[in-house]
Design a protein around this ligand. Structure first.
Ligand code: UDP
Length: 321
């Protein structure tokens, strides 16, 4: 299979590229290399392209020649930045998807896997989230992903695209040290970073309505997530156009306190965590019901908290060496 992977030099994309290449698929990466790192995917051809530049449509059309499918990861993903620069976020995330969909239509490429996010749900309450839950994003980032899903759905209806939107929960860990997450804004890399500097890890709020008062999230190992993409691609029917939307999570939640303690223990840190006020916009509990992708695609997460912490730590050591 020939697969064009936008954002293939990014954290998640590079894991998928490696899995596809290792089983003999023909992979072409399209990446602007702003947050992506070319070293991550040494060996795979990279078309260096900003998908919202003037030349994007033409250049992408060339890259799409002969392709069977597209996996569209390329996007900006920082919630706080999206709050500060909303218009730019819509231009980046929505604009780039528009270019991808137009180019796919004109090139006759009819299979798409789109990177969506649990951020489309916004503030949820209590039990595990199903895909039928109302989608009310609480920040521009989440809204760009929801708009993206709608653009995908409309293209499915209009010209015969078959697509799957995967709503990622909290992605962490590394399948290979050199593919670790180099951004430090999420909980797991942030705690490692602070432990490294001898500073206390920060817990944003311990007065939530949860058993230990800290927020609960569904942490999924990036290699499990990458396998979900490959399984999804393989399961996409050649038949009638359709758009499926799947949660990609484990179905199991851990509190921030549990995560911080697991990481501190693994790193041998003696500095206790420091509790600070709540971070704006954090829902108390976000945990997936992942049964739809299990029943339709046959994918389930296989790795647990230990694998996430161990691999994330190992990658962190490697990347900060
Ligand atoms: N968090 C924290 N300390 C940190 C970073 C994050 O307590 O240094 C909390 C954050 O408030 C949230 C959870 O960890 O409750 C996961 O945050 P992250 O930014 O990793 O992902 P999000 O769930 O916001 O997408």
């Amino acid at each position: 299979m020939r697969v064009v992977v936008t954002g293939g030099a990014g954290y998640i994309g590079a894991h998928v590229v490696r899995l596809l290449a290792s089983r003999g698929d023909d992979v072409v990466i399209v990446d602007d290399l702003v947050t992506g790192v070319a070293d991550r995917v040494a060996g795979a051809p990279i078309v260096e392209l900003d998908l919202v530049s003037d030349r994007a449509a033409d250049a992408l059309s060339v890259a799409l020649r002969g392709a069977d499918a597209v996996i569209h990861f390329a996007a900006r993903k920082q919630v706080a930045e999206s709050v500060a620069r909303p218009a730019w976020y819509y231009r980046q995330n929505v604009g780039s998807l528009a270019v991808v969909l137009e180019a796919m239509e004109s090139a006759g490429v009819r299979r798409l896997v789109f990177s969506s996010s649990a951020a489309v749900y916004g503030a949820t309450e209590g039990s595990r989230i199903r895909e039928t839950e109302p989608t009310v994003p609480v920040n521009p980032y989440g809204d760009t992903k929801l708009v993206g899903e709608r653009m995908v759905a409309a293209s499915v209806a209009a010209w015969g695209l078959t697509a799957v939107s995967l709503r990622y929960f909290n992605v962490a860990g590394a399948g290979w040290d050199e593919l670790g997450d180099s951004a430090v804004l999420n909980l797991v890399p942030m705690v490692f970073e602070r432990i490294d500097r001898g500073e206390p890890p920060i817990i944003f709020g311990d007065d939530y309505d949860t058993p230990d008062g800290t927020c609960i999230r569904d942490y999924i190992h990036v290699l499990d997530l990458a396998e979900a993409h490959v399984a999804t691609l393989d399961a996409m029917a050649q038949g009638a156009p359709r758009h499926d939307v799947f949660n990609v999570g484990t179905g199991r939640g851990y509190s921030v306190r549990e995560m911080v303690e697991a990481i501190r223990e693994h790193a041998g840190s003696t500095v206790p965590a420091e509790v600070r006020p709540r971070r704006a916009g954090d829902p108390a509990v976000v945990v997936a019901d992942p049964s739809a992708i299990r029943d339709t695609v046959g994918w389930v997460a296989r790795r647990g908290l230990d694998d996430i912490v161990t691999s994330a730590w190992s990658a962190h050591r490697f990347l900060s060496r």
